[in-house]
Design a protein around this ligand. Structure first.
Ligand code: CP
Ligand code: NVA
Length: 313
């Protein structure tokens, strides 16, 4: 079997490849690289942005997108994950999956004859990180050929749960020479394996990645303030505990005042207004969350085009 490229985590791409994906994402029109082909999208969890952005991106590349709720397939229950991967490989040119356990993606990709795309797992959300980076690049007017140097001196302060979104964002920042700062309550830091991945990459690209308990410390002078929900999908039973643990970690207008004067606010959405972010920040002048949402489609298109050999087209 030919081994396809997969996109399960951001560093499945080299820095140069990541820049190629961003360059393709910035092109409003690409050739119909997937004309007459199919893209399957499988969801074990709900989705508004990921499902619809990838679906429309597939259409823009000429593909037929096919969306399935995981209970229709019962991955690993009705039949082996590998057998589903080989079956889909007979029909589709790419397959995206949103899963509870990252291991499901690894099992799927290891048997898939076509590229597998992570549509969010418990460990990472690399498609979101692509859109986050594109949003920053647009905000600061940085073209891919000026990256990573154009990002020099920039910093992202993430306040809240160091979850799948935060991990992919931290890695994206490390790969592109953007300082990443995390503020979360005691006991909620990144797992060792993620720290062991992120820190050396940040170091190679000449930036720091660090954390502090006090949100004010990390937000001070930051160019981007980012947050996400305190309880992710699959953690619903911990909601009350987490609400208590994360008290004081809300991104408020007062906190935003400590950031750089031109700082922007980002959130992957869905948001819980009044919990991780104040309504006035989400709706405020510094918020770029709707641009971020739109960029989910542009970066999904750029990634799928790249997986289809688009950077040579
Ligand atoms: N940001 C994001 O992935 O949103 P959905 O869960 O709606 O896809
Ligand atoms: N951390 C959130 C992100 C949703 C896009 C979750 O996993 O539920």
């Amino acid at each position: 079997m030919k081994h396809p490229r997969h996109f399960l985590k951001l560093d499945d791409l080299s820095q140069a490849e990541l820049l190629e994906v961003l360059e393709l994402s910035m092109r409003p029109e690409l050739p119909p690289l997937l004309a007459g082909k199919g893209v399957a999208l499988v969801f074990e969890k709900p989705s508004a942005r990921t499902r619809h952005s990838v679906e429309m991106a597939a259409v823009q590349l000429g593909a037929h997108p096919s969306v399935t709720r995981a209970d229709e397939i019962q991955l690993g229950q009705r039949e082996e994950i590998a057998d589903v991967a080989r079956t889909f490989g007979c029909f589709y040119s790419m397959v995206g999956l949103r899963v509870f356990w990252h291991q499901t993606l690894l099992d799927y990709a290891s048997a898939s004859p076509v590229p597998t795309i992570n549509l969010l797992s418990d460990r990472s959300h690399p498609l979101q990180a692509l859109a986050d980076i594109l949003t920053m690049a647009q905000q600061w007017g940085i073209a891919p050929h000026d990256m990573p140097d154009g990002f020099a001196g920039r910093s992202v302060a993430y306040v809240g749960d160091p979850n799948n979104v935060a991990k992919s964002l931290a890695l994206a920042c490390a790969m592109l020479g953007i300082e990443f700062r995390l503020s979360c309550p005691k006991g909620y830091t990144f797992p060792e394996e993620d720290i062991a991945t992120i820190l050396p990459v940040a170091k190679v690209n000449g930036v720091a990645s660090w954390e502090a308990l006090d949100p004010k410390e990390v937000v001070a002078g930051a160019d981007v303030v980012y947050t996400d929900v305190w309880a992710s999908m699959g953690q619903e039973a911990q909601t009350d505990q987490r609400r208590a643990d994360f008290a004081g970690y809300t991104v408020t207008a007062e906190l935003m005042e400590l950031a750089a004067p031109e700082a922007i606010f980002l959130h992957c959405l869905p948001a819980h207004r009044g919990e991780e972010v104040a309504d006035e920040v989400l709706e405020g002048r510094q918020s770029r969350v709707w641009r971020q949402v739109e960029n989910r489609m542009h970066t999904a298109r750029g990634l799928m085009a790249w997986l289809q050999g688009g950077s040579q087209a």
